[in-house]
Design a protein around this ligand. Structure first.
Ligand SMILES: [Zn+2]
Length: 56
């Protein structure tokens, strides 16, 4: 499942949200920061990535 990366403007934390959640929330609304609860977040434009569990 692809994940999108966001960054919080308040605490600078980066976090990921799944594509399904972003579709449900709508493209105009950014998700809340999971750390501080701020809605001043924006999606990073580096594209999505596939989360892997590989250990090296
Ligand atoms: Zn934050």
């Amino acid at each position: 499942m692809p994940f999108y990366e966001y960054r919080c403007e308040d605490c600078k934390k980066t976090f990921t949200m799944s594509e399904l959640i972003s579709e449900h929330e709508g493209h105009e609304k950014e998700p809340e920061c999971p750390k501080c609860g701020s809605v001043r977040t924006h999606q990073l434009l580096s594209g999505f990535f596939a989360k892997t569990d590989s250990k090296t």
